[in-house]
Ligand binder design. Structure first.
Ligand code: CAA
Length: 258
């Protein structure tokens, strides 16, 4: 499929989606969000893909929702079309592991899209922020909900109320990102991580992701119960038998993704 606003490639067992509206710093318009949704549908349907990376350019992961596209919308327009819902939430229901690799600006909807992914790695030049307050609005793609879960209430309030940007070092220190890489090494290093994940059993990686995500949806007791049941269910897979046999036989496992 041809895309106008993203580049899509397959690197071994990793699917890579590169946001590509350079003149608008990858501002997220409806067409780009739809492209991302279609690319994710294709990667999810492809059994040869074990992990997905979403990235942007060196200057911008994405500078937010497209302000020019939304500036003149009325309340009725955004309410009736359920603006920032269809398509935008596609990433959050992706069942395969999905990594955001952020260089440059990840602002507003850009920061929110990164947070929809399973985890974020970034380049030394990354800048995260929720500057919507400067535009007379508030984050609308989950920023007020996901940012506190990533960085805690105090910093989330600080970010949403001042609209300031957080650099890579601060993002690392507060747990917003799991790793920081030199800017020119971001993709190389991210692909190593994605390769590592894609080499695991696909269904088991999906179960691990589902269990971690449950931590943000429910109580500790319910989350642990969910985890225990999923853990039990791994014993019904061929890959658990193979993984444990390989350990005992001191060899590498050959996962069948079953
Ligand atoms: N929407 C539309 N166009 C955007 C954009 C956005 N979010 N961000 C940047 N652009 C465009 C600029 O208008 C400019 O286009 P023109 O050349 O046609 O004027 C081009 O990208 C380059 O931008 P700048 O000249 O501003 O580049 P800069 O390096 O001087 O500044 C920046 C970079 C600090 C990121 C600045 O562009 C900026 O502040 N952008 C807006 C950030 C923002 O407010 N994001 C939140 C959007 S609202 C939102 O996302 C709601 C939500 O929760 C879903």
């Amino acid at each position: 499929m041809a895309y106008d606003n993203i580049l899509v490639e397959t690197r071994g067992r990793v699917g890579v989606i590169t946001l590509n509206r350079p003149k608008a710093l990858n501002a997220l318009n409806a067409a780009l969000v739809a492209d991302v949704g279609h690319a994710l549908d294709a990667f999810e349907a492809n059994d040869d893909i074990g992990a997905i990376v979403v990235t942007g350019s060196e200057k911008a992961f994405a500078a937010g929702a497209d302000i020019k596209e939304m500036a003149s919308k009325s309340h009725m327009d955004v309410y009736l079309e359920d603006f920032i819902t269809r398509g935008w939430e596609r990433i959050t229901v992706c069942r395969k592991p999905i990594i955001a690799a952020v260089a440059g600006f990840a602002l507003g909807g850009g920061c929110e899209v990164a947070m929809m992914c399973d985890f974020i790695v970034c380049a030394e030049n990354a800048k995260f922020g929720q500057p919507e307050i400067n535009l007379g609005t508030i984050p609308g793609a989950g920023g007020t909900q996901r940012l506190p879960r990533f960085v805690g209430k105090s910093k989330a309030m600080d970010m949403c109320l001042t609209g300031r940007q957080m650099d890579a070092q601060e993002a690392f220190q507060c747990g917003m990102v799991s790793r920081v890489f030199p800017t020119d090494k971001l993709m190389e290093e991210t692909l190593k991580i994605a390769d590592q994940i894609a080499a695991k059993s696909r269904p088991i990686a999906m179960m691990a992701k589902e269990a971690v995500n449950r931590a943000f949806e429910t109580t500790l007791a319910e989350g642990v119960r969910f985890e225990r049941r999923v853990f039990h269910s791994t014993f019904g897979t061929q890959d658990q038998k193979e993984g444990m046999a390989a350990f005992i036989e001191k060899r590498q496992p050959q996962f069948k993704h079953r």
